[in-house]
Design a protein around this ligand. Structure first.
Ligand SMILES: NC(=O)C1=CN([C@@H]2O[C@H](COP(=O)(O)OP(=O)(O)OC[C@H]3O[C@@H](n4cnc5c(N)ncnc54)[C@H](O)[C@@H]3O)[C@@H](O)[C@H]2O)C=CC1
Ligand SMILES: O=C(O)[C@@H]1CCC=N1
Length: 266
């Protein structure tokens, strides 16, 4: 399969490297279109594929074209791409917010799949949800799903609109996790630990808790109760979280991310 990736930053290359690692795409069949000169040179040194800096007739040979530029850069990309695209090519967009219909009309092209991955894709541990235009056949959906599976887990959504919620939940989700960990490490430092010790205490706690959650029969509420002794320390912390509306704040943040995804299409 020949694949072209337009925009070879964090996510574009997370995808490219997974395809190569699992032998789904050969390096000779991977066209990397990267506008930034410095980044292009870096990719050339890494020998991950054929690196070019502009969209040209070379792209017409690709079976699949992945759009992984920032949504704000898409209008310029679509103007260039429109002249080279051919009818049988499948477009896979991982851009936040931009709906399938908008991509179809800007490229005058039917076969569009839209996906929302996240950065653990760099390790093959990503979570991606995707939806497809009704014109895309099952065989093309399967091919794209196989590729996405090399970056982690994939779920197909019948309702494309939910992709904005996915963006707020799992697309941006890694940042929320790191934010939480950082806040805990900062609290450890404020209580007198050096940063390395605080980091160890927090990260191992999160790792162990994740595995406990995944292997236990208990619900999340029951797991919380198992830590929070009556009249004990955890209860004291949870009371403050409730007073400060930590849970609600987190939820409001997630809705704001979802709403921003909707705005990015405008
Ligand atoms: N970073 C993340 O956690 C996630 C990002 N996304 C989406 O993935 C897309 C890319 O995000 P990142 O990889 O984080 O951004 P990035 O900034 O790391 O990569 C974008 C790349 O596109 C290149 N570029 C811009 N205009 C170009 C053009 N005309 N031709 C060729 N290359 C061009 C830039 O030089 C840059 O290297 C965005 O649309 C974002 O919404 C989706 C899920 C998660
Ligand atoms: O922040 C963003 O816009 C992108 C989409 C999901 C994660 N990063």
């Amino acid at each position: 399969m020949k694949v072209a990736i337009i925009g070879c930053g964090n996510m574009g290359m997370a995808f490219a490297n997974s395809f190569i690692q699992y032998n789904l795409v050969q390096k000779a069949d991977l066209l990397l279109v990267e506008k930034n000169q410095e980044r292009g040179l870096q990719l050339q040194e890494q020998k991950s594929g054929i690196v070019v800096d502009t969209i040209s007739s070379k792209i017409s040979q690709a079976d699949l074209i992945i759009l992984s530029v920032k949504p704000q850069d898409y209008p310029a990309v679509s103007l260039d791409l429109k002249s080279y695209i051919n009818m049988s090519q499948v477009i896979l967009s991982i851009m936040a917010g931009i709906p399938i219909a908008q991509i179809q009309s800007s490229l005058s092209h039917d076969l569009v799949i839209r996906a929302m991955p996240n950065t653990p894709a760099l390790l093959g541990m990503g979570m991606t949800a995707f939806a497809a235009a009704e014109q895309v056949g099952l065989s093309d959906i399967r091919k794209v799903e196989n590729l996405i599976n090399s970056t982690g887990r994939a779920v197909f959504l019948e309702d494309e609109k939910l992709l904005d919620a996915v963006t707020g939940l799992s697309g941006s989700g890694p940042a929320y996790f790191f934010y939480l960990i950082k806040s805990m490490i900062d609290a450890g430092v404020a209580m007198g630990f050096d940063p390395a010790m605080s980091s160890l205490l927090v990260k191992q706690t999160m790792l162990g808790s994740y595995h406990l959650m995944q292997t236990s029969d208990k619900t999340l509420d029951e797991l919380i109760q198992a830590v929070a002794s009556k009249g004990g320390t955890t209860e004291a912390a949870l009371r403050v979280f409730q007073e400060k509306l930590v849970g609600e704040g987190l939820q409001q943040g997630i809705y704001a991310a979802r709403d921003r995804a909707v705005e990015l299409a405008k």
